[in-house]
Design a protein around this ligand. Structure first.
Ligand SMILES: Nc1ncnc2c1ncn2[C@@H]1O[C@H](COP(=O)(O)OP(=O)(O)O)[C@@H](O)[C@H]1O
Ligand SMILES: [Mg+2]
Length: 355
């Protein structure tokens, strides 16, 4: 399956996010709770004159984690050093990064759940004591040399906070749980972007795009660009509701904003597995995708949209999934039962034990 549908929350070439990224906390739309919590963390530290506690940003792709990391540095008036879990394969890679930090710097580790074990262990000490032990040599002659590090603030981002080890998670002073955005918030996101990009976006056009953006600002911005192309090529450049609809039709984005992978997952779940329960890896094989992509990219929104439920026995299609695909749900489909019965069987935290 090709993953580059316009409605994927992952980064695509041409997204050009730098232009549209909010630069300060006041420009950052939505996530009221996270913003308030973060403001307190930053202000408290500023008043004490110390670097703020380490911050973990958790949530699905495209919700603003990287933007927030940059904003944290900007609000602190600090430099941002950027790396990612997969880039920190050896402890030495991290040691090099850490030893170059200047007091008050923000170190941003994207996809921190993918950090290699030895680097992770080095990070514990660095986060706690601003110190690392660098091992020199091998075998019985190996010695460990303690190295001081300038006090810094670590900002980690993850799409899978559930897979972080306890010791790593415990070393963050604050975890921001990013939520999907409401249509009203996405409406503000696309209107802001239209102003920056110089797109003539009408109110009903903005609402239409917002409603199909899968709760995700990255997708909202991308859909705006695609709709603008359509408006300029096939219409008079003005983005109205009708123009937006016609454009999104061309790009295969449905009324709920589901993309091809979302629909393939629901389709397989319903047609090949009778609605489930089925394990996520089996489901991933059926749609020809990595289990991690199905789990981290696809599922969070399907769960939030009430189409898919994670149960201890596996993934299950809800009644809305059947009807969204134009099929009759079976009488025992979740979502048709009484809410109390339904609630007792569904446990989103059981997701990782499902298979
Ligand atoms: N709260 C927000 N307000 C306005 N735009 C946002 C917001 N969050 C994200 N965006 C837009 O979405 C894009 C993707 O956000 P990003 O921070 O890269 O997400 P993540 O790192 O979580 O995948 C950004 O370039 C920005 O344009
Ligand atoms: Mg990011």
């Amino acid at each position: 399956m090709d993953g580059d549908s316009v409605a994927t929350p992952e980064v695509l070439p041409g997204d050009d996010e730098a232009t549209l990224r909010p630069k300060r906390l006041t420009e950052f739309i939505g996530q009221e709770r996270v913003r308030e919590q973060l403001e307190l963390v930053l202000q408290g530290a500023a008043q004490r004159g110390t670097p703020p506690d380490h911050v973990l940003l958790a949530g699905p792709p495209g919700l603003g984690k990287t933007s927030l990391a940059m904003i944290i540095a900007a609000e602190m008036g600090s430099a941002l050093r950027l790396t990612s879990g997969p880039a920190l394969e050896r402890a030495g890679d991290l040691a090099a990064m850490l030893s170059n930090l200047v007091e008050g710097d923000v170190l941003f580790i994207d996809e921190i759940h993918r950090i290699a074990r030895p680097a992770e262990e080095m990070l514990y000490l660095a986060m706690e004591d601003f110190r690392v032990d660098v091992v020199v040599g091998k075998g019985p002659g190996a010695t460990s040399i303690p190295l001081e590090i300038a006090p810094f603030t670590l900002v980690g981002a993850t799409t899978r906070s559930g897979t972080l080890t306890g010791p790593l998670r415990d070393r963050f002073g604050f975890t921001a749980h990013m939520e999907f955005y409401s249509t009203e918030e996405l409406d503000r996101v696309v209107r802001r972007s239209a102003t920056i990009l110089g797109v003539d976006l009408r109110a009903d056009g903005a609402t239409e795009i917002a409603g199909r953006s899968r709760g995700t600002p990255r997708i909202a911005n991308r859909l705006l660009r695609r709709v603008r192309d359509f408006a300029e090529v096939r219409a008079d450049g003005v983005v109205t509701r009708d123009v937006a609809r016609a454009a999104l039709e061309v790009y295969d984005v449905d009324e709920l904003g589901l993309d091809r992978l979302d629909r393939a997952v629901l389709g397989a779940l319903v047609r090949s597995f009778g609605g489930g329960p089925v394990g996520v890896s089996t489901l991933a094989v059926a749609v020809g995708e990595e289990a991690s992509t199905v789990e981290e990219v696809c599922e969070p929104y399907l769960v939030r949209a009430g189409m898919l439920a994670r149960t201890p026995r596996g993934r299950v299609a809800t009644a809305s999934a059947w009807s969204h695909l134009g099929l009759m749900p079976p009488v025992n489909a979740p979502g048709l039962m009484a809410p109390t019965l339904f609630g007792s069987d569904i446990d989103s935290d059981a997701a990782h034990t499902a298979d």
